[in-house]
Design a binder for this molecule. Structure first.
Ligand SMILES: Nc1ncnc2c1ncn2[C@@H]1O[C@H](COP(=O)(O)OP(=O)(O)O)[C@@H](O)[C@H]1O
Ligand SMILES: O=c1ccn([C@@H]2O[C@H](COP(=O)(O)OP(=O)(O)O)[C@@H](O)[C@H]2O)c(=O)[nH]1
Length: 290
């Protein structure tokens, strides 16, 4: 049965409550925390962390509801059921092309996506950028929550990230997407593929930690990011190793990963990336600009 926007909201809200971090304020949220999608809070979590998480958890439901209030274009279920890779409750009418761009922090995902947008007809959506924009949005009910997760190198509850991605995809009016830095956990991948659209493939930038560290510290000199500092970087590396890398392994087992080494110049890496895209999209419009 096709689910209405309101029931999607309620389902999202319930799921969000069930995924509050262990430090969530309400007993019911604490009870539900065993299935957290956000990664466990670090042992050194402070009162600030607890407060921010509680505040954010309270605001999350309101945020999900208010974000979900706009009517969504939707094809009738019988039509969509026949489209491979498009879930029945997806807000899309046709299967969009979705490429997950993954790799450790500082591997060069954003840099390479910018080139792909220049040369191919893709919309680049960085999950991290969308989260940072929501954090900055005046009046955001989840801004503090997002800030705390990012600083701690933890993964923001997936309801927030998926909602931001879905909204940006729909608002773009386009149908080919580079989803950069998402999914970072297997349940995020499953939820996205079950409610938005299946991924066509994963572009994975492999990179040793020493190189990523060098790049991130350099980027930190001017990025102004709260997480481009040694303490946060170590936590981000741990989250990538323990939680995000298994997502890549899973897609690899499914034969969906195109791996590119980051250990070349930006141009050198891009030459490898182009090979993948030219092979994949040779028969589509490509829109290569010289
Ligand atoms: N191949 C490369 N060689 C050297 N530096 C790079 C390369 N690719 C990206 N960088 C730099 O490394 C930093 C991290 O790249 P970025 O694209 O922001 O990574 P990510 O999006 O994976 O976090 C940036 O300052 C970028 O200019
Ligand atoms: O799907 C996502 C993407 C990002 N983040 C958070 O945003 C931070 C920065 O992510 P981004 O992709 O911008 O940067 P990267 O760490 O890859 O350089 C991460 O460490 C997470 O805290 C998240 O929670 N979920």
């Amino acid at each position: 049965m096709f689910r209405s926007s309101a029931s999607r909201s309620l389902a999202s809200l319930r799921a969000a409550a069930a995924r509050c971090p262990r430090s969530a304020a309400t007993p019911s949220a604490r009870r539900a925390a065993s299935s957290s999608s956000s990664g466990s809070a670090s042992g050194s979590s402070s009162a600030v962390w607890i407060g921010a998480a509680a505040l954010g958890a309270a605001g999350l439901g309101y945020w999900v509801l208010s974000k979900d209030s706009a009517p969504k274009p939707a094809a009738p279920e019988p039509v969509k059921a026949a489209i491979k890779g498009l879930p029945a409750n997806s807000p899309f009418k046709a299967k969009p092309t979705v490429i997950f761009v993954l790799g450790g922090p500082g591997a060069g995902k954003g840099t390479q996506c910018a080139r792909l947008v220049r040369d191919y007809d893709f919309v680049h959506l960085s999950a991290g950028d969308l989260l940072r924009a929501e954090r900055q949005r005046p009046g955001s009910a989840v801004g503090e929550l997002i800030n705390t997760y990012i600083k701690e190198g933890q993964i923001v509850p997936m309801e927030i990230t998926i909602k931001l991605l879905e909204t940006a995809m729909l608002e773009s009016g386009k149908s080919r997407f580079l989803i950069d830095g998402f999914p970072r956990k297997m349940d995020q991948a499953d939820a996205f593929e079950e409610t938005v659209a299946a991924a066509d493939f994963v572009l994975y930038f492999s990179c040793p930690e020493e190189e990523m560290l060098r790049r991130l510290l350099k980027r930190g000199e001017s990025s102004g990011r709260v997480d481009d500092n040694l303490e946060s970087i170590k936590k981000r590396f741990a989250t990538f190793r323990d939680t995000s890398y298994p997502v890549i392994e899973k897609y690899r087992a499914d034969g969906k990963v195109h791996e590119v080494s980051c250990l070349q110049s930006i141009d050198g890496v891009y030459a490898q990336v182009r090979k993948v895209f030219d092979d994949m999209f040779a028969n589509e419009d490509k829109a290569v600009k010289a």
